[in-house]
Write a protein that binds this ligand. Structure first.
Ligand code: GTQ
Length: 355
C-alpha cells in the first residue's frame, strides 16, 4: 500500500515547527556535508574599480565622523554580512592628510596591509608605526589603536590599507566587546621600532617575558619580507604549488602573529604555472606586485597590483604569473589548526582528473 508520505510528513513538520523542533533527516546532508559547502563564493575586487569611490568617500565623510572610513569587501554570497569569508572581514581603509581615526580597542583582532601612499601611522598600545606600502601591521585583540596621517618628509597624500579582521568569527561566538579611548590619539609611550628591535632580528630581550597570545612585533616591514623572498628565489627550490611562500610568525612561539589570523607572503616568479591545491582555510589574497591569473574551481580571474580576491574553503586554486608577482594573504588557519580542522590537498594534475 502506498501512502502519501509527503503530505503526512509535511503535516508532522508543521506541528514540529510550532514546538521549535525540526526533522534532522531533511537537513542532515547539509549539516554534515561530505566536504565544505561554503555559502560564500570566489570573488575579486579590482583596485581600479574601487579607488575613485574610496576617494569620493573621503569627500563625503571625514575619518573623525566615520571613526573608520572603510569600504567593506563584502562577499557576494553573503550579502549584508560584512564578511569576505564565513569567518573573516576585509575592507579598504582611507586616511587623508592630517586626519585622525580615533583610539579605540575591541576584542576583534585586526591586521593592516599597506596598499597605497606614505605618511600615515598607526599607534598600537603606545607604540607608533609608520606605514610603508607592503608593511604588515597587527592590532591584536583588546589593544588600543588609532591611526593618523601627518605626512612624512614633505609628502602629504591619501593613505590606503587593507584591513583584515576576525569580525565574523567573534560575532559567531558572540564575544565582541569594544570601547573608545578618552583621547583621540595615544601619546606614544615607546620609541618607534622598539618591538622590532626587541624581536625582529632573531633575538629577544633577556629579561622581559612576553606572555601575550599575540606576536610582540607590531610592524613586519615589507623591505625585510621582500628581501627574504628574493634571496630564497635565487637560492631555493620553487614549490610547485606556492612558489616561494613564507608565513609571518610570532617570534616568541613560532606560531601565528595572532590567535585567529594567519598571514603569508609569496613570490610567484615570471613564467610560474602553479599546480592545483586546496585547503579548508578560506583565504583572502592581495596583489602586491606583478600580475597574473588565478583559477578558483571553474572560475578564472586576472589580477593586477592592489586587487584583492578570495578563495573559499576547499575550492581548488592555481596561479599563473607572466611577471614576477608578490601576493599577501591571510586566513583563519590558526583556529583550524588548533581545532584539528585544517585539511589540505595538493593535486598533481587537474583536480577533476585526479580522483
Ligand atoms: O581600524 O580599528 O576595517 O575597528 C573595521 C573595524 C577597521 C580599525 C575596520 C575596525 C577597524
Amino acid at each position: 500500500m502506498k501512502i502519501d508520505q509527503t503530505a503526512e510528513r509535511q503535516a508532522l513538520y508543521g506541528k514540529l515547527q510550532e514546538l521549535n523542533l525540526a526533522p534532522l533527516w531533511e537537513s542532515l546532508h547539509t549539516l554534515v556535508p561530505k566536504q565544505p559547502l561554503p555559502r560564500y563564493v570566489p570573488a575579486l575586487w579590482r583596485y581600479t574599480d574601487i579607488h575613485s569611490h574610496l576617494m569620493r568617500a573621503g569627500e563625503v565623510i571625514t575619518a573623525e565622523e566615520a571613526v573608520r572610513r572603510v569600504l567593506v569587501l563584502e562577499n557576494p554570497g553573503l550579502p549584508g554580512n560584512s564578511s569576505i569569508t564565513q569567518s573573516l572581514y576585509a575592507g579598504l581603509q582611507l586616511i587623508l592628510p592630517d586626519e585622525v581615526a580615533p583610539a579605540h580597542r575591541h576584542s576583534q583582532s585586526a591586521l593592516r596591509f599597506i596598499v597605497d601612499g606614505q605618511g600615515a601611522y598607526t599607534t598600537v598600545n603606545g607604540e607608533r608605526s609608520t606605514m610603508h606600502p607592503g608593511d604588515f601591521i597587527i592590532t591584536p585583540s583588546w589593544t588600543w589603536h588609532d591611526h593618523g596621517n601627518p605626512g612624512i618628509a614633505g609628502v602629504s597624500e591619501p593613505v590606503v590599507w587593507l584591513d583584515g579582521l576576525d569580525i565574523p568569527m567573534v560575532r559567531f561566538f558572540d564575544a565582541g566587546f569594544a570601547e573608545n579611548n578618552s583621547s583621540a590619539s595615544q601619546i606614544p609611550t615607546q620609541v618607534e621600532g622598539r618591538s622590532f628591535a626587541n624581536y625582529g632580528y632573531n633575538m629577544a630581550p633577556v629579561r622581559q617575558l612576553h606572555t601575550e597570545r599575540h606576536s610582540p612585533i607590531s610592524n613586519y616591514p615589507y623591505a625585510r619580507s621582500r628581501e627574504a623572498l628574493d634571496t630564497l628565489f635565487r637560492s631555493a627550490v620553487l614549490d610547485e604549488w606556492h612558489g616561494i611562500k613564507l608565513r609571518y610568525v610570532n617570534p616568541v612561539t613560532g606560531g601565528y602573529p595572532m590567535p585567529t589570523i594567519a598571514a603569508f607572503l609569496q613570490l610567484l616568479p615570471k613564467g610560474f604555472q602553479g599546480k592545483w591545491h586546496r585547503s579548508s582555510d578560506g583565504t583572502v589574497y592581495h596583489v602586491v606586485e606583478g600580475h597574473g591569473r588565478v583559477q578558483i574551481a571553474d572560475q578564472s580571474f586576472s589580477f593586477s597590483p592592489k586587487d584583492t580576491f578570495v578563495v573559499p574553503s576547499w575550492a581548488p586554486v592555481c596561479f599563473d604569473t607572466p611577471a614576477d608577482t608578490v601576493l599577501f594573504s591571510f586566513s583563519d588557519r590558526p583556529v583550524l589548526e588548533a581545532t584539528g580542522l585544517l585539511r589540505e590537498e595538493y593535486f598533481a594534475g587537474h583536480p577533476s582528473t585526479s580522483h
